[in-house]
Design a protein around this ligand. Structure first.
Ligand code: GRF
Length: 200
């Protein structure tokens, strides 16, 4: 199964997905990595792994739909069947979602539906939450509202900063995203309305 990974930054989740593929954890490969930012470190990670790494600048397009059409065209070129958003800081439109129905995933650094949107870890700290975590979900037209696939919780520890909490969450992200992809590649995810039933 060909995975297309969309990034904007560091790409540590991308790395965990590439590593899981290389380790033979599931029958899939990262077919291409696309970033809207030219200087995203994740592009270097992809090149190092011998994976096509492309920069598609959103500013070169007239709007979100036009940009998503370019994304779809590129993903199709690489025969992508699963799109994994991994720190991709763009709002996705139905243009992309309709091209890959129930085949666009995202990872969010909070236990959704709590703390959607930006700075989720800081939101959790400000709220005084005692438990934080991450969520892998299918993407729908809303922001961080799609059907939940897997979640992992971590404690919030007294004295935590956005950085220390983010690091604790990221460890779980790097385990959770490859696991969600494994379930997808093995056909073990059934979407029932907004509930994802995970098979064994
Ligand atoms: C992660 O915290 C992820 O949950 C969020 O963006 C961050 C991406 O980090 N969506 P990285 O680029 O994978 O290191």
């Amino acid at each position: 199964l060909n995975i297309g990974v969309l990034i904007s930054g560091s790409g540590s989740n991308l790395q965990s997905i590439m590593d899981a593929c290389a380790a033979g954890r599931f029958k899939a490969r990262v077919a291409c990595v696309i970033s809207n930012k030219a200087d995203a470190f994740g592009l270097e990670r992809a090149r190092k792994a011998g994976i096509p790494a492309l920069h598609l600048d959103h500013r070169a397009y007239s709007g979100r739909e036009a940009y998503d059409e370019a994304l779809v065209a590129t993903l199709r070129e690489f025969d992508v069947e699963l799109v994994a958003l991994a720190g991709f800081m763009r709002i996705i439109t139905p243009v992309l979602l309709e091209a890959f129905p129930m085949a666009v995933m995202n990872i969010h650094p909070a236990l959704l539906p709590a703390f959607p949107g930006l700075h989720a870890q800081q939101q959790a700290l400000d709220y005084g939450a005692k438990v934080a975590g991450c969520t892998v979900h299918f993407v729908d037209p809303g922001t961080d509202t799609g059907p939940i696939i897997l979640q992992a919780a971590v404690p919030v520890i007294e004295g935590d900063t956005e950085q220390t909490l983010s690091a604790r969450i990221q460890k779980e992200e790097h385990r959770l995203y490859p696991e969600a992809i494994r379930l997808f590649t093995e056909g073990l995810l059934e979407v029932n309305g907004r509930v994802v039933v995970v098979g064994t």
